[in-house]
Design a protein around this ligand. Structure first.
Ligand code: ATR
Length: 346
């Protein structure tokens, strides 16, 4: 990478992408997006170098591999902007002025940004929050990729499980499942909205009224297969076995309070979660206590990294019309988190 000439990395045609939030210093999005962009630039350079001097079959093969994995004209850079609340109203106009191509929007602006946009995609409108903006022909359009990112993540989990068990006949699908969603905040709303399009959803939350409000809202937009449930119902833990996917969308178990869980799965009978999928949208720690307990009871588990990566990948595609390499995104984030953890321990 260091051998790259600087004009091949950033030049007068480089388009700007970014994320806005407050605070923003801990965002993993710049690393995730830039890893794809810069790997692509490096591949392009290597391609040029090799094509000037193909003298062995190995080099020809290397060139073909690079050609397969390289996107032409992917000339972008992705930066993080910490925006003070009083400046939010100027963001869209500023981005247009600077010809910014796309922005991610994160906490606390996903809802407030909507009033300043020219257009909002139907799904984002119904979710009531925007995490992605595309600027095109002077128009700003808001999208929400969180829900679909979650669907892609669980699709990936089901594929991995099938490959591991060599079981292609299980016909696992992200449709027609019975899903229990723990939590009724912003993250839950995106996930429930997307998954209740074609699954049966039950929402459980500490504050029951919030679960009920979300249920009523989803029903009001035609997602009929939704209900909410009081936490006390899970005093009989075997009720959990009614669901084939269980998702924790609350912050319980997140670093540094890693001993917290929403429901104590260790009380379940042995193998109670065999054949079931349990997902936590937390990725710090990589494996929450909730996921560990689920795995001990036989579930196939997934942390929040996949959702984070897939929502980012969908944003990337909205801006560039290109599918990013998911593995590169994943590696860059895992590396970063491992380094961070190491530094915290040192
Ligand atoms: P996000 O945008 O990440 O979803 P949020 O909108 O603040 O964050 O939602 C947090 C969710 O975690 C809510 O469902 C919240 O439950 P309440 O609606 O009862 O507040 C849940 N949550 C947070 N701390 C909790 C705790 N200590 N016990 C149980 N649920 C908790």
């Amino acid at each position: 990478m260091l051998n790259c000439k600087i004009n091949n990395l950033i030049n007068s045609k480089t388009k700007l992408l970014g994320v806005i939030g407050h605070p923003i210093a801990h965002s993993l999005s710049p690393i995730m997006h830039n890893s794809v962009i810069f790997q692509n630039k490096t591949n392009n350079l290597n391609k040029e170098n090799i094509s000037q001097d193909i003298n062995t079959i190995e080099k020809l093969k290397e060139l073909k591999d690079l050609e397969k994995n390289t996107i032409d004209n992917l000339n972008y850079i992705y930066l993080a902007f910490d925006i003070e609340p009083e400046n939010l109203e100027n963001i869209v106009i500023s981005a247009k002025t600077l010809n910014i191509k796309g922005l991610n929007i994160t906490v606390p602006y996903k809802i407030d940004i909507m009033q300043y946009l020219d257009e909002i995609d139907e799904d984002a409108k119904k979710i009531g929050a925007v995490n992605t903006i595309l600027f095109e022909n002077g128009i700003s359009k808001g999208y929400n990729t969180d829900g679909l990112g979650f669907r892609k993540a669980i699709e990936e989990l089901m594929e991995i499980k099938d490959n591991k068990t060599n079981n292609n006949k299980t016909n696992k699908s992200t449709k027609n499942n019975k899903i229990l969603v723990l939590g009724a905040g912003g993250a839950s709303r995106s996930i429930c909205y997307e998954m209740s399009k074609d699954n049966a959803i039950t929402i459980a939350n500490r504050t029951f009224e919030k679960a009920e409000t979300l249920e009523k809202y989803l029903k009001s937009i035609g997602h009929k297969n939704v209900n909410s449930i009081k936490l006390e119902e899970f005093e009989d833990m075997t009720k959990l076995m009614d669901y084939n996917i269980i998702i924790n969308t609350t912050s319980l178990g997140m670093y540094p309070n890693i001993d917290n869980t929403f429901i104590d799965l260790s009380k379940l009978p042995e193998n109670a979660l065999n054949g079931k999928f349990v997902v936590d949208i937390i990725y710090n720690p990589f494996e929450t206590k909730f996921l560990k307990q689920a795995s001990e009871k036989g579930a196939t588990i997934q942390n929040g990294l996949s959702m984070l990566i897939h929502q980012g990948a969908i944003s990337f595609e909205i801006w560039t019309n290109e599918k990013p390499n998911i593995d590169i995104m994943k590696k860059s984030i895992v590396n970063e988190l491992e380094n961070k953890n190491k530094n915290e321990i040192d």
